[in-house]
Structure formats: structure tokens, C-alpha cells
Design a protein around this ligand. Structure first.
Ligand code: BG6
Length: 471
């Protein structure tokens, strides 16, 4: 349930992430009536602003984020916004303590109860530890919930170090680590589809599924984030984070209780722990699009990967021998986000004739879609077959009104539901499985043409099938 009152402190409040994602999502949550009656937001950053100027910034971010000019009562929530300058670190808490005391008092008086305190760290990961220590040092941690953006660690070692620092101040239950893919409607539908439908539930294993593809090609460029990208690359940016978590969502064993966050998190953790370490020699293709090294800010001999495709093995009884094919890249032919279960051929009288496999596809972009690739008789006089696709758009589901991933996750922070957040044990397992790609055996990225489907070497990974998206 929602608390009666909440105060949200947004660190990095004037930064890109806050403006593009967090503030518009907060507005979406508000418009949908998913906030407590009493709430306030304090923006915190190093910039020298006053309340009025920060409110302008919020209004602009909300407008640009899609709410538009007709968001008539945005004014009402602008009143709830305050600004605390001077930054916030371990050594110097800036203006925050003062502003927070005032705001908490106001909100608390109106609600007749002490507000829940949420710290939202929309800051570069380098600042996570210092801000968290600051929360401890300045007495702001107790009873609060703390939201961390991605990436929470960039290797097993850096994850362990960060988590050790954070755990000196916070307990795991207070920590909400965002992986916005888990907030996508299509990803949330995955386990409902499976556990609420015998049709899928009974087929969801190696006896019916031949392979799983999780395919996230992007046509985006990286020019405007080249510094981040040079240090990160496609595999670290997408595979060990978003695509591993989605793979966990597909592959988990049934949680004891789908409404109990601990039970869902346990199930996802356990399956992540069963991910076999990637084998760079056999199961990994990295790529770099032609022209990447000429981007201003890229090293002339950069080996950063802008494309990554891996064959992941999940060592559970359910999935033994079923490859999970994960692919993503920048400047590819198109933008899409699709999970596909490729089903085994049928038994029986038509078995020999079927050459297009049945598929269960979940489109996880936008509002999400469930698509079934099935074979039917080609209408007409002859007994011949065609494969077609039945599509259910999730925003057509009666009574449904999709939420954006960030809005969905912010709502879960407010209600205290951690089931769609990554856990320490889950991330530890993910970084462990991924570690061989960060060592001496990491393959050299192969060059691919911008606008293509990546290096030729990646075509063979799904054999005997092909990538379901693509040529
Ligand atoms: C981000 C990655 O986390 O996710 C980006 O850093 C990627 O590289 C993005 O483009 C994809 O997000 P979305 O919202 O398009 O699914």
C-alpha cells in the first residue's frame, strides 16, 4: 500500500537522467493518482538555484517528457517542489538538512504522520558511495528507502566494493536498485503469461522450447555519450544488466507466491546463480561499427564493443541444453526489443513438413505485445500450411492502462515492493557469469557496417535457427 505521506529527495536533480527520466515519470505517477495524498520533492544538486528556478526546470522537464502543455494541474505539484543547493557528500551536506527538516515538518503536519523518506540517487555511479555514507553521517538513512540507478558496479569486484560501502549504512531491504527493463510492461507480463496460462506454463521448459532469444537491436548512435560508452561498451551496458535480468525473468522457477517480493526475488536470484560463466571462445561475438573510432572522443585504437551477442547456458533441470541467445548493439538495422521462445517441431503426421518453428514472442518495447507464431492451413482448396502471427497489444487489454517503466518502478518504491528491483545476490551472480568477458579472453570486436545486423560471425550463434529479428 502507499504510505500516507512521502518526501522524495532527488540527488542529481538538474542532471540529464533526472530531467529525461525521473521527473517525467514522477509526473506520470502523479497524473495516474499513484502518489500518496501528502508528498513533496526536494531537488538536490551542486548548482546555484533557488526554488523558483528549480521549479521552472521541473516544469520544463515534465513538458518535454511528454506531459505537454495540457498538463493543467502540473502547477499544483510544482508547489510541492523545493530545492537544496550546495551538493551533498559525506563531508558537506549542503542545504539539504535544513530544507528537509522544513519540508518533512510541513508534509508531516498536514498528514498527521511522519512522512516516508525516499532518496533517489540520479547521479553518476562514482557518487553512490559518498552520498550513501553522507546519508549515514548526517542521520538521514534510518527508515528511508534509497533508489540507485544503473550501473550498480561494473565488474564483480567493483560491485562487491560498492555494496560493502552501501551496506555499512543501509540494509538490503532499504535498497532499490533500478534496472528499468524489469519495469517494462512486456517484461512484467512474462511471468503472468506463464503462470496464469496452462497453454504456456506447461510448455515452458526444455522439452518444448528449443532456444530462447532476447534480442535488443538499436539504431541509436553513441556520439552524444561517447565518454560513457568508451568505458562501458555494449556488453557491459546491456547484456550483464538488462538482458541478464530479462533472461532471469524468463528462466526462473515458479516463485512460491507471485505477490511476495521476497519470493519473486529469490526465484530470480536462484536462476541467475545457475547462469553458466560465459565462454568467450565459443559463445560470444563482439562487434564495433565501422567509423566508431573516428567519433570525437573515441580512442583511435578503441576496442570498445558497440555490439554483443552471447549464447548463455542456464544450468537448471528445466533449461539444460537450451541456449539463451542474447543480442544487442548500436547503429544496427533497426530498433526492437523482443523475447522469443523458439518451440521444438511437433510430433505426429505433419512433423516432417514443418519448417518454420512455432514461437512465443513478447515484445518488451513500449507498451508491450504478446505474439504467437503459429502454423495454420493456408485458406483454399489445398492442404498446405502457412505460418502467421497472432498479436495481442497489451494496451488493448480491457481495463489496462500501461505505465512507463520508470513510473512503474517509482510506484513500487513508494509501496515498498522490491520484486522488480535487482538484488545484491542477483547482481553478484550476473557479474560472476559475465566475468570471462572482462578478462584476458575477451574477444576482439569484429567490424560491422552501420545499419546492418552486426558482424557476420554472430549469424551462426542461433544455429540451427536464425535470429528471429533480422534478415
Ligand atoms: C540504457 C542503456 O540503460 O538502456 C542504453 O544505457 C540503452 O544504452 C537503453 O539504449 C535502452 O533503454 P530503452 O528505454 O530504450 O529500453
Amino acid at each position: 500500500p502507499l504510505p500516507d505521506a512521502v518526501v522524495i529527495v532527488l540527488y542529481g536533480a538538474t542532471g540529464d537522467l533526472a530531467s529525461r527520466m525521473v521527473l517525467p515519470a514522477l509526473d506520470e505517477v502523479r497524473r495516474r493518482g499513484l502518489v500518496p495524498e501528502h508528498w513533496a520533492v526536494i531537488g538536490c544538486s551542486t548548482e546555484d538555484l533557488d526554488d523558483a528556478r528549480f521549479r521552472d526546470h521541473v516544469a520544463e522537464a515534465v513538458r518535454a517528457g511528454g506531459a505537454g502543455e495540457d498538463n493543467t494541474d502540473a502547477g499544483a505539484w510544482i508547489e510541492r517542489v523545493r530545492y537544496a543547493g550546495g551538493g551533498f557528500t559525506e563531508d558537506d551536506a549542503g542545504e539539504l538538512p535544513q530544507v528537509l527538516t522544513e519540508v518533512s515538518q510541513q508534509v508531516g503536519d498536514a498528514a498527521g504522520t511522519e512522512p516516508l523518506l525516499v532518496h533517489f540517487l540520479a547521479v553518476p555511479p562514482g557518487a553512490f558511495a559518498s552520498i550513501t555514507r553522507g546519508l549515514g553521517r548526517h542521520g538521514l538513512a534510518e527508515g528511508s528507502r534509497v533508489v540507485f540507478e544503473k550501473p550498480y558496479g561494473t565488474s564483480l569486484e567493483s560491485f562487491e566494493e560498492l555494496d560493502r560501502d552501501v551496506k555499512e549504512v543501509l540494509s538490503e531491504e532499504q535498497i532499490f536498485r533500478i534496472d528499468h527493463f524489469l519495469g517494462k510492461e512486456g517484461v512484467q507480463t512474462l511471468y503472468v503469461l506463464r503462470f496464469a496460462n496452462q497453454l504456456f506454463g506447461s510448455e515452458w521448459d526444455r522439452s518444448s522450447v528449443e532456444q530462447v532469444q532476447i534480442d535488443v537491436p538499436e539504431d541509436l548512435d553513441v556520439t552524444n555519450r561517447i565518454r560513457f560508452y568508451e568505458e562501458t561498451g555494449a556488453a557491459l551496458d546491456m547484456i550483464v544488466t538488462h538482458l541478464f535480468q530479462v533472461a532471469g525473468q524468463v528462466a526462473m522457477e515458479p516463485p512460491a507466491d507471485l505477490r511476495d517480493p521476497d519470493s519473486v526475488n529469490d526465484a530470480r536470484e536462484r536462476v541467475l546463480q545457475a547462469f553458466r560463466q560465459l565462454d568467450p571462445a565459443q559463445d560470444v561475438v563482439l562487434g564495433q561499427f565501422e567509423g566508431y573510432r573516428q567519433i570525437d572522443g573515441a580512442a583511435p585504437d578503441s576496442t570498445t564493443d558497440t555490439f554483443a551477442a552471447v549464447r548463455l547456458w542456464v544450468d537448471t533441470e528445466r533449461w539444460r541444453g537450451v541456449p539463451f541467445l542474447l543480442r544487442t548493439g548500436k547503429r544496427m538495422a533497426t530498433k526492437a526489443q523482443r523475447v522469443t521462445l523458439v518451440l521444438r517441431p511437433p510430433f505426429g503426421p505433419l512433423a516432417e513438413e514443418m519448417d518454420v518453428p512455432n514461437t512465443v514472442q513478447i515484445d518488451i518495447s513500449g507498451d508491450g505485445e504478446v505474439r504467437l507464431g503459429i502454423t495454420v492451413k493456408t485458406p483454399g482448396p489445398e492442404l498446405t500450411y502457412s505460418s502467421g502471427t497472432a498479436v495481442l497489444e497489451l494496451d488493448d487489454v480491457p481495463g489496462g492502462e500501461p505505465l512507463s517503466p520508470y513510473a512503474s518502478l517509482i510506484h513500487d518504491v513508494l509501496t515498498g515492493d522490491r520484486s522488480l528491483f535487482t538484488t545484491a545476490d542477483g547482481l553478484r551472480a550476473a557479474f560472476t557469469a559475465f566475468a570471462p568477458l572482462q578478462g584476458k579472453d575477451r574477444p576482439v570486436p569484429a567490424v560491422y557496417a552501420p545499419g546492418s545486423w552486426g558482424p557476420a560471425e554472430a549469424r551462426e550463434l542461433p544455429a540451427p535457427h536464425r535470429w528471429m529479428l533480422g534478415e
